[in-house]
Design a binder for this molecule. Structure first.
Ligand code: ADE
Length: 230
């Protein structure tokens, strides 16, 4: 039986989903709250991790190991790198990289550690469902590389470096951690983000202004995908 995990980093990213669940049950686990419920007859487990790669790793692992989810969808906001992405636009990751992982002192490329991969790919079937939803709703959906790091980027130079080094289209603070967990545990996963800012000098102001609306745009899209997942 399919049990779908839906994960965000912040309360704003999952509240629009929790508010739609039926038969809601809350469980406290590992200093967090997990919301189990149903949506269109599908069993969901929803949680926000708190910000950053470490918390994201803990929550993704718990959703899979403790709550026995066999598919994981991430919904949230991101800073834009690609000039094609404006506030409110949606991007799905085809691959995720860690922009702050650096053992280049030993001759390795940025984002690489031995026995790991620089870029982890998301599930193709889930990406195809997203494209179907976008087509049906007439929504713009960009597909590209998302770069993750434990850093809120509000600096044009850092943004440019991430863009050049990883060919990334957007950046955030959790996706690649979720990718490592799901890839290692062989759980199909999908990362969706709506743009809240452009990772530049105005990023913190734009983030505060657009977090809620962009988080809802992403959450609504994820719920439409849930209806289509077999
Ligand atoms: N999430 C949304 N905007 C971001 C930014 N500018 N840096 C890191 N994570 C983000």
């Amino acid at each position: 039986m399919n049990k779908i995990a839906i994960m965000g980093a912040m309360p704003e990213e999952i509240e629009p989903i929790i508010s739609k669940l039926k038969n809601l049950k809350e469980t406290k686990y590992a200093a967090n709250t997990y919301y189990e419920g149903t949506y269109h007859g599908k069993e969901l487990v929803v949680a926000y991790s708190k910000i950053g790669k470490v918390f994201a790793t803990l929550t993704a692992t718990s959703l899979i190991e403790k709550f026995e989810c066999d598919t994981l969808l991430f919904s949230g906001v991101a800073g834009a790198i690609s000039p094609d992405l404006n506030i409110g636009d949606l991007i799905i990751a085809d691959g995720l990289v860690q922009h702050d992982l650096d053992i280049t002192a030993f001759g390795h490329p940025y984002g690489y550690v031995p026995e790991g991969e620089v870029c982890i790919l998301t599930d193709v079937a889930l990406r195809n469902i997203a494209k179907e939803v976008a087509k049906e709703k007439g929504l713009k959906l960009v597909e590209g590389i998302i770069a993750t790091g434990d850093q809120f980027v509000a600096d044009p130079e850092r943004k440019e470096w991430i863009s050049k080094t990883f060919k990334a289209d957007a950046l955030e603070m959790e996706g690649a951690a979720v990718a490592v967990v799901c890839d290692s545990l062989e759980v199909p996963f999908f990362i969706l983000r709506a743009i809240s800012d452009s990772a530049d000098m105005d990023a913190s102001f734009n983030f505060d202004e657009f977090l809620e609306s962009s988080a809802k745009t992403s959450a609504d899209f994820i719920l439409s995908m849930v209806e289509k997942i077999q």
